[in-house]
Design a protein. Structure first.
Length: 147
């Protein structure tokens, strides 16, 4: 049986760092990944989004430390923009009202699902992403709502 792949949205990192509602779900996924029971990944653009939010909230030094810890953690894979993610994210942004970071997160999830194990985007972005799921524009199988 293939392990599940979870793609972290920036809000998942922020929730974990700030110990917000749902943080225990993300911590549990991270623990499972450390035991090789699942795979967690984040696209570099979403990591950048988490960095700038943390930098605004807690300062640049703490933001850099957190990003360096994530980069060094063997439990998480940092994804880069491959051609299929690049073009899919561009089309999602053209067709739907969303940030480029959200488009990249969704595109990464779909692209990895098509070529790897089934992937789910770990998010709590009810404002921008949930309407896409509700309308059927993006299949609900791609989402893991952590709160």
């Amino acid at each position: 049986m293939k392990n599940h792949v979870y793609i972290l949205d920036a809000c998942a990192i922020i929730a974990l760092i700030n110990d917000e509602n749902g943080a225990e779900n993300i911590a549990n996924l991270w623990l499972q990944a450390s035991k090789k029971e699942c795979s967690i990944r984040i696209h570099r653009i979403n990591l950048l989004e988490a960095y700038y939010i943390i930098s605004k909230e807690k300062g640049e030094k703490e933001a850099k430390t957190i990003v360096e810890l994530i980069n060094a953690d063997k439990s998480i894979t940092i994804e880069d923009t491959l051609a299929e993610i690049f073009y899919r994210a561009g089309q999602l942004k053209c067709l739907h009202r969303m940030s480029i970071a959200d488009a990249v997160a969704i595109a990464t999830t779909i692209a990895l699902s098509e070529k790897d194990n089934p992937a789910k985007l770990v998010t709590a972005d009810y404002k921008d992403i949930k309407p896409l799921e509700k309308s059927g524009a993006i299949d609900s199988k791609y989402f893991h709502w952590f709160r």
